[in-house]
Design a protein around this ligand. Sequence first.
Ligand SMILES: C[S@@+](CC[C@H](N)C(=O)[O-])C[C@H]1O[C@@H](n2cnc3c(N)ncnc32)[C@H](O)[C@@H]1O
Length: 269
Amino acid sequence: MNVSHPHPADATHTGLGELPAGRPPQTEFRDGLDYPRLGQVTFRRGTLTDNQQALFNEHWPRLGTVLHDEVIDLDEWFGRSNHPTIVEIGSGTGTSTAAMAPLEANTNVIAVELYKPGLAKLLGSVVRGGIDNVRMIRGDGIEVLARMFAPNTLDGVRIFFPDPWPKARHHKRRIIQSGPLRLIASRLKPGGVLHVATDHADYAEWIDELVHVEDLLEYKGWPWPEAPLLTDRQVITKFEGKGLDKDHVIHEYLWRRTEAENPDTVVKP
Ligand SMILES: C[S@@+](CC[C@H](N)C(=O)[O-])C[C@H]1O[C@@H](n2cnc3c(N)ncnc32)[C@H](O)[C@@H]1O
């Protein structure tokens, strides 16, 4: 497979970087854990400016792809062998991604996001900044992890400011749940790191209750100065910039993937 060329899913009439129409694919995880289900969620649409579209047309085929059912050949996509790889889920407009990537040039960074204008913005930062260690995948991070990464292949997973879904009836849409934690653990190498940040007090309480739920993830708390990857997000959020008030404290979480083998229950779409 060569994902540095347009993937068939990109070449259809739906257009470059578009997800196929219809209900998104949802892996059935038969492990009894809790997974967010995105089928009923409507995602923001957005159009690109003319400049963004031109940039997208030129660079997306090389630097981006959409969710598809093949494990990525990382060495081929990044054009170099055996470099550490970090996946960021929900990269938004890529502010942290583009700020961190130059400081970890030895690392392959893959930003996963559903929102195309966000990816277009990151693409612009990457191209203008001459950043060559970032690639992008448009799709649901759960499906991307399950379908496009083999077990024991990632050195890090980042989830910065995931959607908080504040209403109780929407909590089941939160990405930090027992199922995604298992899936992330399964894709991390032993010694790999999961880094989560939230500024939402109620979501922080929710995560606090889950920090020990996954046996394959040893909770390290925050900060963890010896962490084997960059943990400084490099970005002063508007809340941090204004000074922390009680409702907008940033909570950060780090876990280390244990040495234990992946259990058989994990996770084939
Ligand atoms: C609150 S924003 C945070 C964006 C960015 N990480 C930041 O710190 O500015 C959450 C982002 O996650 C994306 N998102 C939500 N669910 C996702 C999923 N299942 N897979 C990929 N991205 C997702 C949303 O589109 C949104 O851009």
